[in-house]
Each structure stands twice: as C-alpha cells, then as structure tokens.
Design a protein around this ligand. Structure first.
Ligand SMILES: [Cu+2]
Length: 475
C-alpha cells in the first residue's frame, strides 16, 4: 500500500489478535490489554457476536457462463442485509479471509472513530486471516450500508472494486412511518474493470488525462439485466425500493418506464419535500428510498438511462402478475438532477464559521495515474484538513475545480445541503454529495460527534490518489 496507516493502531491489533473486543466486567475492553486473569479467560471465549461477516473469495455467475471471481461477504452479492434497531447495541464479528489487510466501514452512522472502519480515523486494519469484532450502537435510523474501506490503489480486485458491500437498514426505535406493500433492495455495481486512457477511446478527456477505470459488466441486484429473478409486483401495489449505488467509481441514472419515483429519503434520511421524479441519479455511495405506485401493468426494465450501461447489465426486470413478454424499455424524458427539489426553499441559518475546500486534479498523462488535491495538498498531508470545536456549525464551501464529478463523503456525521450552484436551500440531510464537474456546493456540518473524521471523495480511485483529509476536533 502506498499510503502508510497509523502504525500505533497496527500494534494494537497485533496485541489484540483475533480476539478483538471482549466483554470484561461489563465494559468493552481490548482483549489482551491489562486484563485480569479472570477477564483473560473470558477473552478466550468471547460471547457470540450478533452478526458474523466473513470476507472471502467467491465465483459469482451474473449471467450464464459469465463468472465474476471476486471477494464478498458471506458468499453473497450484495452481502447479507443487516437489519439493526436504532439505539440497540450490536456486535459484528468480521472474519477477514479476503487475502489482504481489510476492514469494514459502516456508512452513514454516528460511530466512535475506532468502530467506524476507516484506518485514517484510527480504526484497526484486520490482517489477512484474522478477525475483529466491531461493537457499536447504530444511529440514526435509515438506509445505511457497509463496505470495504481498504485502499485498492491500482489493484482492481480489492475494496469497493470487489463484491464487498451490503445494505444495513437501521429500523427506527419506535414504529415505521412508511406505508408500502413490498420492500425491494437494489444495489448497483460494476465489474471487470480495467485501466484505460479514455482519450484513446473517445473524444472528450484532455490529452494529458491519466488512466480511468472502464468496466465490462454491471448488475442492479445480484445478476445482469434479464438474468436474475424479476421484481414481481401486482397492480395497485406501493413498492418501496431502497436503491444503493455501490459502484466503485461510477454514477448511475435509473428509470422505470411508465412509472415515477416518489423520493422519500436520500442517503437514508427523510427528505423535507417528497418530490416525484422520472429519473433517479445516484452518485457513488448515495442511496434513495423511493415509493413506486404500480399502476402500469406490463413487463418493464428498471435500468440505467445509458444504453451502454444497460447493455453491460445495469438493470432489472419488473414484472406484473399475469404479464409476460419481452421487458420494455422507453427512454425517459431528459431531466437534470436537482437536489433542490427535495429540500426546503429557504436558506439555512448562517454558520459559526465558513471553510472553503478546493478540489483539483493533477493529470497523470497517458498511462499514468491522476492525483488529487484539496486546497493544494493530498492525503496524508491533509491530516488535519481543518479543525472544529464541538457544538459549532461549519459551512463547507466545496469548490470543484476539475472536469470530473465527485461524490464527496463525510464520515460519522450527517450534513445539511445548504447551497448548490447559486441556489440556497435547507433541510436536506445527507452523508454524500455529488459535485458535478466545475461546480460549487455548500454543506453545513454541526460538530456533534467528537473524534477524527474522514472526509473524502467516494470514487475509489480519487480517494486512493489523494482526495481525502481529516476533520479533527480541538481538544
Ligand atoms: Cu472524486
């Protein structure tokens, strides 16, 4: 790995070994660190975790004869959907048989830095062949997810390039306000990536652009479009789709011809305005909870609006009861994705402080790798990127000075989108925001979860190549 991880953490892990955390005297303490003999005995027989996730190689057939060899969680793609209760403590034992140092990030939750699954924040790396138990109290409720937060660098078999992702649904502590007849979870992913000089393939990228990843297969759900079980629906049903973009580097725009998406939550958080749209655009790591009224019987393709993406598998068939025939695709009306339609129109209250973060690309040239900077620096020179005081409200001006789109993610916090372009807004709570090329947006962050907090582009390649920094709390 090109970037060094915190060596102190690695030492801790060697001491703790595979035992991870053990319950001693009612307190969660690192096993092997200053325990009494009694506690040490307990550490040898840790109580069974609530969930076990084994990361291991699998061969996954996404179409007849088309087998993806990758690593995944419990032999499933996506991994098992973890359903947790908000506020109820949980333990998750992770067995790392992926063949490389690994860890799991629990995306969209308020967690202590050590449990968050990001080495940059101090979470332990799990050596190959060892295990580790995460222990935390999930909050807030909503559609979260979990995925590898290992660095992949140029290795397209690792981390989010692999099948290491799954849904984590945090159910609200009391009741569920949703009214729907059926729930369908769909995660999108791209496969068989290769590094290419895009300027050799098509017009557009500047001649000095570095390598980008191009994919040869895609899935929405567990198999390629038309190859798996269809989503079976009945006329009159209200179907809740929870949709996740788990692609390593690619945004998706999805449509279901003859139907519209009523967006009730973005990144798992209820939206102030439940707007209805024809096309759902999700950048890497973004989620949408949408209600679809099934009022147009037939057999339809729910898939990418890009023909090339559907051709490589990005889609799933939606089939009404008693209907058969070829799945129908109709190009949806052209519509720009606009966060503002889901937000309140009034501006947010002024922050305590404003911090500008400027994102720039250092082109790698043909055959080389692009590098990325925030305010002129790349990770790890961006540690810290900026420092906050607990309780204060910060406005981050995100200034994308590049011709690429960036899904920017802040760990361990939920932020409010307060401006996109020159349009002020409020009330839209997210953990990842997509910044179109050469654009600006503003997000407000309340410093309400002390601990080192990773801020980065969720595009795996951009993160690995420097587009990352640490928000730290003043002590
Ligand atoms: Cu990026």
């Amino acid at each position: 790995m090109r970037h060094g991880f915190d060596s102190g953490r690695r030492q801790f892990l060697e001491v703790a070994g595979g035992a991870g955390l053990a319950l001693a005297g009612g307190l969660l303490v690192p096993a092997g660190l200053g325990l009494t003999r009694h506690a040490a005995v307990q550490a040898q027989t840790p109580r069974e975790a609530d969930h076990t996730i084994r990361i291991a190689p699998i061969s996954h057939e996404i179409a007849p004869g088309k087998v993806i060899r990758t690593t995944a969680y419990n032999g499933l793609i996506p991994g098992p959907a973890l359903r947790l209760r908000e506020g109820r403590p949980v333990t998750i034992n992770v067995i790392n048989d992926s063949g490389y140092p690994n860890l799991i990030h629990w995306h969209g939750l308020y967690l202590p830095s050590e449990q968050d699954g990001a080495a940059e924040e101090g979470s332990p790396i799990i050596p190959a062949g060892q295990s580790h138990t995460y222990a935390f109290t999930p909050r807030p409720a909503g559609t979260r997810w979990y995925h590898s937060h290992a660095r992949a660098m140029t290795d397209l078999s690792r981390s989010t390039y692999a099948g290491e992702f799954g849904f984590m649904i945090v159910e609200p502590a009391v009741g569920d306000p949703g009214r729907y007849d059926q729930e369908v979870l769909l995660a999108s992913h791209t496969w068989q990536g290769e590094w290419v000089s895009m300027q050799d393939r098509r017009k557009g990228p500047p001649p000095d652009n570095g390598l980008e990843v191009m994919y040869h297969a895609a899935t929405l759900g567990d198999r390629m479009l038309g190859q798996g079980e269809p989503v079976r629906v009945r006329q009159g049903e209200r179907v809740l789709f929870r949709i996740l973009n788990a692609n390593p580097t690619m945004a998706v725009s999805l449509a279901l011809p003859g139907h519209r998406f009523q967006v009730i939550a973005l990144d798992g958080n209820p939206v102030p305005t439940q707007a209805t749209v024809d096309v759902l655009k999700l950048d890497v790591a973004e989620r949408a909870d949408v209600i679809v009224e099934m009022n147009n019987p037939g057999v339809w393709v729910l898939g990418s609006t890009e023909d090339d993406d559907r051709d490589m598998g990005m889609g799933i068939v939606v089939e009404y009861a008693d209907r058969s025939g070829e799945p129908q695709w109709i190009k949806p009306p052209k519509a720009a994705w606009d966060y503002a339609v889901f937000a309140r129109k009034d501006a947010a209250a002024p922050p305590d402080e404003t911090i500008t973060l400027k994102f720039e690309k250092i082109p790698g040239g043909r055959g080389g790798y692009n590098r990325w900077t925030i305010n002129g620096r790349s990770w790890p020179e961006t540690n810290p990127l900026f420092t906050v005081q607990e309780g204060r409200r910060y406005r981050l001006v995100l200034d994308n000075h590049s011709g690429d789109e960036h899904p920017v993610h802040l760990h361990r916090h939920t932020f409010e989108v307060t401006k996109v372009g020159d349009k002020a807004m409020s009330g839209l709570m997210k953990d990842t925001i997509s910044l179109p090329r050469f654009s600006q947006a503003e997000i407000d962050v309340v410093a309400d979860d002390p601990g080192p907090t990773f801020f980065h582009c969720h595009h795996q390649d951009h993160m690995d190549e420097g587009f990352a920094g640490l928000m730290t709390y003043a002590s």
